[in-house]
Design a protein around this ligand. Structure first.
Ligand code: AMP
Length: 177
C-alpha cells in the first residue's frame, strides 16, 4: 500500500546547503526535519505504512543519517535493526563493498551473520542520489543471505537517476527533487 503523504511539512524542513561537502554539491540537510517532531514522525510513519507491519524482518540503516531514520522504522515494524557501516567500524566478521559516490568513493561493511535465512530486509537511507550506496547495500544484504524486500529514502534526487541503479527492487522515496 502507498499512502498520500502531506509532503509540505517534510519539504519545508529540508535545508539546502550549497557547496557542501565540496563545490558544486547541494547538500540536503535533514537535521531540521529530524528536530521537528511532526516532520520526523511523519517521515517514519510514511515509510512504515508504505510497506506494512509483518512484511519486514530486519531494517538496515546506512551510516550515519540512515541509522536515525531506520531505527524508529524498525521499532514500529517490530523488526530488528542492522547497521551498514563505513569500513573498519564493525567489530565482527564483515562483508564489504566499494563503490562510487556523488562525491568520492566509499566502502561499506555489514556483519556476515546479520541475517537469518529468508530474512525480509528493508534498506533505509536519508538520500538516494546516484544510487551507488543503495545498490552496494542491496549487494551486501544479498551476499549476507537476506532478501531485499525494498528500500526507503526520505529524499530522492531524481536528476541523478539513482532509480536506474535500483531496477528490479521496490523502493519508496518521500520527497523528490
Ligand atoms: P549515492 O550513492 O550517490 O546515491 O549517495 C547517497 C549517499 O550519499 C547517502 O548516504 C546520502 O546520505 C549521501 N548523499 C549524496 N548526495 C547527497 C546530497 N546531495 N545531500 C545529502 N546527502 C547526500
Amino acid at each position: 500500500m502507498r499512502i498520500e503523504l502531506d509532503t509540505a511539512i517534510l519539504r519545508d524542513s529540508v535545508r539546502d546547503i550549497a557547496d557542501f561537502p565540496k563545490g558544486g554539491v547541494v547538500f540536503k540537510d535533514i537535521t531540521p526535519l529530524l528536530a521537528d517532531p511532526m516532520a520526523f514522525s511523519s517521515a517514519v510513519d510514511a515509510i512504515v505504512v508504505s510497506y506494512g507491519r509483518g512484511t519486514i524482518d530486519k531494517v538496515v540503516g546506512i551510516e550515519a543519517r540512515g541509522f536515525i531514520v531506520a531505527a524508529p522504522v524498525a521499532y514500529h515494524f517490530g523488526a530488528g535493526f542492522v547497521p551498514l557501516r563505513k569500513a573498519g567500524k564493525l567489530p565482527f566478521d564483515t562483508l564489504s563493498e566499494t563503490y562510487e559516490l556523488e562525491y568520492g568513493t566509499e566502502t561499506l561493511e555489514l556483519h556476515a551473520d546479520a541475517f537469518a535465512p529468508d530474512d525480509r530486509v528493508l534498506i533505509v537511507d536519508d538520500v538516494l542520489a546516484t544510487g551507488g550506496t543503495a545498490k552496494a547495500a542491496c549487494n551486501l544484504v544479498e551476499q549476507a543471505g537476506g532478501t531485499v524486500a525494498g528500500l526507503a529514502f526520505v529524499i530522492e534526487l531524481g536528476f541523478l537517476e539513482g532509480a536506474r541503479r535500483l531496477e528490479g527492487y521496490d523502493f519508496v522515496s518521500l520527497l523528490k527533487y
